[in-house]
Design a protein around this ligand. Sequence first.
Ligand code: PEP
Length: 239
Amino acid sequence: MENKLIVGNIKTNMKFGEIPNYLNWFKNIKSKNVVICPSYIYIPYFLNYKFNVGSQNVCINDDGGYTGEISAEQLASIGVKYVIIGHSERRLFLKETDIDINKKIKSSINAGLKVILCIGENLEQFNLLKKDIILKRQIKDDLANIKDLSNVIIAYEPVWAIGTNKMPDKKEIEKTVLYIKQLVIEMFNQKIKVMYGGSINENNISYLKDIEVLDGFLIGSASIDPTKFIKIIDKVINI
Ligand code: PEP
C-alpha cells in the first residue's frame, strides 16, 4: 500500500488566506507518494514541505513567447515534480485536443517532470459501450511517439464519475485498469502505472485501497477540504 500515489487536485479553489490553515494539516506528511496540485500562483507556498507538488496544467510549448503560459521547464526549475495533463475539464472546457496533450507530455518529460495523464470516457460513451475504444484512442494519440514512458502514470477517470458521487464498482475498475496496462504493453511494449480518479472520498477510499492492480488515486473535491484529504491519505499510507 505504501507505494500507492495519492494526488490531490485542488483545481481553481482556495483563496490566498486559506493556504496557511490548509498547509498546517499536511506539515507532518513525509511521504513523497503524496502529491498536492494547487493553482499555479500558490505553488511556491507548497514547496517547503516533504510531500511532492504538482501542477494542474503546463504550456504546450517549451520556453518562449507564449504570454500568460507557464512552461514545463519553469515548473521543474521551481521544484515542481508532477504535472496533470489531459484532465477532462481541460479537454471539455478548454477544448484541449489529444495533439495538444501529446505535445504537453513531451515537453514535460523533457523537462524531467512526472506526468499524470488523465483519460476516461464520458457518460454517453459509457452508455454506448464505447469505453474501451475511447481509452484505446486516447492512449494511442496522447502517447504517440513517446519512447520512454517511465515518467508517465495514467489516471483513469470516467468523466461521469468526476464530482458526481458515482463510480464504477471495484471489479469494473480492476478490469479497466488491467485493460489499460495491457494496451500500453501491446502498443508501446512498456509497463505503465495506472491510478483511479472520480468521486473518491474519505469513506469509499477504504473500499478502493485494496484494489491491488491500482497504483494510486487522483482526488478532486475531497482534496479541497484538508480534514477529508488527510483521512484519505491516512487510510492509504497510515501516516
Ligand atoms: C478530478 O477532477 O480529477 C476528480 C477526481 O474529481 P472528484 O474527486 O471531485 O470526482
